[in-house]
Structures are given as structure tokens and as C-alpha cells.
Design a protein. Structure first.
Length: 154
């Protein structure tokens, strides 16, 4: 995907929240810079499992990983069991980012990946240069040259 003036390559691993994939978490996220933990807004159990999945990510990667909590299936608003506010509160408690999406309709899906990509290390819009990366250039005025009759200053 393109973000501002950069090309970002995201690689997605979907475990569908299944317990049988829990043992694979270390190999899935070993070199990952971000994790997206998704729950179904119409399924309370999937929401309750998010803390455990986020703990697993942090156990493997520590605090240097970006985590986005995603409430999916907003197209099922009439079956909603978890409010947006509850999702936001969980994200705040776990110190992770939050968004709601609908994979079915595409609602907020691009925004989800843009926000994750923008949060990646080195993606700040005004990267600060360290002092050793800077070069001092001093400009000095050259003495004026005398012009001879031939209009040549040589």
C-alpha cells in the first residue's frame, strides 16, 4: 500500500482466533512490527478473548509492537453485543489502538491498515535527524576579483 510518499508492504497472517493456532503465535509474530486483534461485535466471547490474545502478543514481542484492536462486522448492527464504547474502553485499558470495521462492506478496512502503517517505526511525518547526521556548511564571501582591461579576471 502507499502511505504519503512511501510504499508499505504489509504481510497478514489470519489465525481466525482459533485455539489450535495459539502455539504458533511466537513464529507468526517473531519479526512483526504490528498485530491486529479482531473480534466480532456480535459475539461476546470473541471480545472476551481479545485480552488473552493481546497478552500473548506482548509476551512474545514486548512493548515494542503496535497493536490494533478491531471490532469487526459493523454491518450486523442489529446483532451487536459489544458497544463501540466498550471496544474503546478495552483498547484504552490495554493501551492499544482501536477501530471498528466491516470486512463484508469494506467499512473502515483501508483506514485500519493506513492507521497501522502510519504507526510503524520510521513513519513519523517529520523524521528528526540526529546531530551526527547533520553537516555544518559555512559560506564565506569570496574576495572580489579585480577586472583587467580585457574583462577577464584571470
Amino acid at each position: 500500500m502507499y502511505l504519503e510518499d512511501r510504499t508499505i508492504r504489509l504481510q497478514l497472517w489470519d489465525t481466525a482466533g482459533q485455539e489450535r493456532f495459539r502455539s504458533l503465535i511466537p513464529s507468526y509474530i517473531r519479526d512483526s512490527a504490528a498485530a491486529v486483534v479482531v473480534y466480532d461485535i456480535a459475539n461476546l466471547n470473541s471480545f472476551q478473548q481479545t485480552s488473552k490474545w493481546i497478552d500473548d502478543v506482548r509476551t512474545e514481542r514486548g512493548s515494542d509492537v503496535i497493536i490494533m484492536l478491531v471490532g469487526n462486522k459493523t454491518d450486523l448492527a442489529d446483532k451487536r453485543q459489544i458497544t463501540t464504547e466498550e471496544g474503546e474502553q478495552r483498547a484504552k485499558e490495554l493501551n492499544v489502538m482501536f477501530i471498528e470495521t466491516s470486512a463484508k462492506t469494506g467499512y473502515n478496512v483501508k483506514q485500519l491498515f493506513r492507521r497501522v502503517a502510519a504507526a510503524l517505526p520510521g513513519m513519523d511525518s517529520t523524521p528528526e535527524k540526529s546531530k551526527e547526521d547533520m553537516i555544518d556548511i559555512k559560506l564565506e564571501k569570496q574576495p572580489e576579483m579585480t577586472v583587467t582591461e580585457s574583462s577577464c579576471s584571470c
